[in-house]
Write a protein that binds this ligand. Sequence first.
Ligand code: SF4
Length: 507
Amino acid sequence: MAPGVPFLREVREECGVFGIWRHPRAVALACQALYALQHRGQDSAGIATCRPGGPLVVEKGNGLVAEVFTASRLARLAAVGPAQAAVGHVRYATTGGSRPENAQPLLFTTAGVPFALAHNGQLVGSEGVRAWLRQRGVRFTTTSDSEVLGRLAEQLAPGAGDGEGVARALVAALERVRGAFAIVALTPAGLLAARDPRGIRPLVLGRLGPAWVVASETCAFDTIGAETVREVAPGEWLWIDDAGPRAGRLEAPGEVPGESARPAFCIFEYVYFARPDSRFGGRSVYEVRKELGRRLAREHPVAADVVIGVPDSSLPVAAGYSEESGIPHEPGLVKNRYVGRTFLRPDPRARAESVRIKLNPVPEVVAGRRVVLVDDSLVRGTTVRRLVRALREAGASEVHLRIAAPPYLHPCYYGVDTADREELLAARHRVEEMRRVVEADSLHFLSLEGMVAATGQPLAAFCLGCFTGRYPVSPEVIPGPVPDVAGVPAAGRAPASGREDVPWARS
Ligand code: SF4
């Protein structure tokens, strides 16, 4: 998805994170990495940095990376000095809204030790933990669930004392929350990276000379010339300091009756969110999307003259559909890459006009031809209906819509903004009714089995909640205490005062 006009797509990703320890150009590299991760969030961007053992400085604001990191902001970060570490974040606001104070990284201080937290994902039932913290006199400055994590860490390690103590407290906090998280936290002594026990959101580890890097996607590593080492495993934490990474496992708090502790990677990362030049699970996102297209062509062939993908994420799918069907693939929709943020969240009429500003058919490609229009998802159906109309106005004789995923029937609770269930087209209509709503000549979806098979991984490896309604972490509020926490990093258990019962989500 292009930076600047996220509203045009109906599914929006939440955030991207990056961390580096340590490199003399840490700030510049973090900024470059955030450019590469911009597709994961356009509402705000931020970087926190410090010299090892030194003070922690953060610069952040609402807007794209290019808008936030002005020369003066970069100069203030660079003034911290050489041989630095940094964490960076790009945000698309779901929980907490787009208030400027919700921009990340968020800064905290525990027993005089500062730390900066960057979080991708969404906690389930964080309101209960927030209420519990409020009862203990904690004051919140944002509406973000990421602050809940940081404040919980502050409570769990009131006497942390050093960077590793902060890391232990953060791990203890992560063990007491539920939901999706990939976090990177910077302390003056090292960097903590961790992924939720089901690995719903991605996080990868890389190397850049002597420096270590972590990021939401490998495309960030390519951009800065780093080499991918491996993915951070579901439920794994890494403490990275000058001695290198040290790994441990979170004690999974999700051992709740009815919940599965198996890995459950968000399959939509392959289908839509991630950049096609990223890799997960040893598979190129581009290759997976192309295979989605091949399978879509096998499952739902149609007599047509041209295959057109909706730019950008559906272009590899359209290439795969074309390869399998033998129908030529042509760039029949031109995308305007220069539409600015002025067009964000306009009223419905402006939104309708914006489709033509952003995507316009090429009459020479579509006039008098039967078009297969390939897209990666169908959520509300409003955007695709405008595209179908635009193709007809440009002269298409038929428009056959093919979707590279099954019908989107249920909302996401793990940091992806889709829509409420009542807004989901597939939740209210059968396929034939949906076809009429979007005004296509035919409409077909890739099967769940076909989508999973395209990844080359088993069904059990994925979260498929928005298609099946079966969620790896129950979205229901589950009252009750969090079990005692063992296995905190390095020095062992959290202080006794940090092991009292904490509610997950007390309503
Ligand atoms: S519910 Fe859907 S969008 Fe959300 S994490 Fe699961 S697969 Fe991804």
